[in-house]
Design a protein around this ligand. Sequence first.
Ligand SMILES: [Zn+2]
Length: 88
Amino acid sequence: MTPSRDVEGLGRAYSNPHLERANPCPFCGSTTLAIVEGPQARLIRTRTWQILCAGCLCRGPVGGSEAQAVSKWNGEFGPVHRSELDDP
Ligand SMILES: [Zn+2]
């Protein structure tokens, strides 16, 4: 893994076409969002996706696809998710 490859991957994450229908971050209002791979269920090796906000570094709900991650970000993201993130 090289730094330059990381930047390339991050660039793709921020220019993901699915982000065109993503709402601004509900916490900081930023529209600089990326779709990144979420936590993986190791046993079944499922790829998951979630939105990462570059403004406040919060992460949205995990979806089974990039489109689903955007839908959940738009429809289900709320304070409850934030409080979950803040838990130790
Ligand atoms: Zn934010």
